[in-house]
Design a protein around this ligand. Sequence first.
Ligand code: BG6
Length: 490
Amino acid sequence: MTASSQVVELFDLVIFGGTGDLAVRKLLPALFHRFADGQIPAGSRIIGIAREALDDDGYRALLRKALVASDGSLGAEQLDTFLQLVAYRPLDARKADGWDDFAALIGEHPDHVRVFYLSTSPELFVDICARLGQYGLNQGASRVVLEKPVGRDLASANQINDDVGRVFDESQTFRIDHYLGKETVQNLLALRFGNALFEPLWNAGHIDHVQITVAETIGVGHRAAYYDRAGALRDMLQNHMLQLLCMVAMEPPSSLSPDAVRDEKLKVLRALKPIDDSNAAQLTVRGQYRAGVAEGASVPGYPDELGNAKSNTETFVALKAEIANWRWAGVPFYLRTGKRLPNRVSEIVVVFKAVPHSIFDPSTGSLAQNRLVLRLQPDEGVKLWLTIKHPGPGGLRLRHVPLDMSFAEAFGVQQRDAYERLLLDVVRGNPTLFMRRDEVEAAWRWADPILAAWGASGVPPKPYAAGSWGPSAAVALIERDGRTWHDDSE
Ligand code: BG6
């Protein structure tokens, strides 16, 4: 068995956008946890870069506050040791000032693995990479990490990939999609390819349909400016949700080597049936939240949060996708994601076909279809819903109950944040869980006509109350086909 924590090589991790939400709320806590587990060797460096005029101590103080807020039980001593790895340089990617100093700092350790993490808006990727190239910082084992979304459509993604590609080659480019680092997504690989049980059933002959839900209770809050230019399709569906779909639908790769896995995912993306102005109105639903109640509190609607009543940006999307290949012909994949929904839940539900003939009297209860539910969050785990006889006397009474495995209960471990695994994979140089350029392109090639159809229709997103499951049209989308969205409490 592989050791759970292997120490990585000495590295310098430079985070552009070092004071941003992602860096402070996700990346630094992830690094701290890996450090606390002994995976990050002393001597490694984490260098925050942003425009704010801070020095090393100012940045450390900011991080200390955020780390303590994220986990009140952190030991002060360990935190101090960790923060000693951290430095800060104020830089504006578009201006020359400060780059000499930064280059000198990086140059101190030519032997370290270098990771340049671009946690900035994609418009800055090109300028940052050009400077890194100009200062000759792409040396030795250097990698660049691109946060999603890579572009806002196929053309801009191509442009970014070309520009970044002038400095870093594809093998050095890690396009991150943190959903691929989530425990249950990894487990999907184990479940599908480590068990003989599922593969014979994993096709249109036995699977009725698949549902993928990524529901959030949060609104867009202070990210409104970014979000309004993106919307749910670009922010969640084109990347996270399509990646989940690929993991469910791909053919067994011949190995877990990065390209074997990514080749199979790419085939799925390329086999997605087009959704365009001929069918978008039937196959997609867009929504935008209005004031309502979320997590017990009254919350404003999206237009108020944004301060623009005219925005046509969707905060919810549901759609019916199909994969045109032998394995999946005729099996719908219903996808939905949104902000300000009633629960924070991400899950993949594989619904099997009904038994071909019932031998039971209708009075014994209904025969529900088997379901395999892979819960990504919260409460990571797997449930297999089966029909069984209610135990004891009273005649034959059928019940639909789950074989329930919560990973936390079964293994007694707290789940790591996806970024912990992914950040160290970058240091190790393992791109399996990162998107290759052709995957990103194939995903945009499918998403672009949907965006174009929405734009051309001029129909605004349907309003839904915060705290509801989106517009009623999303329920109709699946119910038209005689199916319902999975409800775990049923
Ligand atoms: C990000 C999106 O990629 O994923 C956010 O930009 C979203 O809008 C987030 O909130 C959800 O991630 P998680 O891990 O909390 O499900």
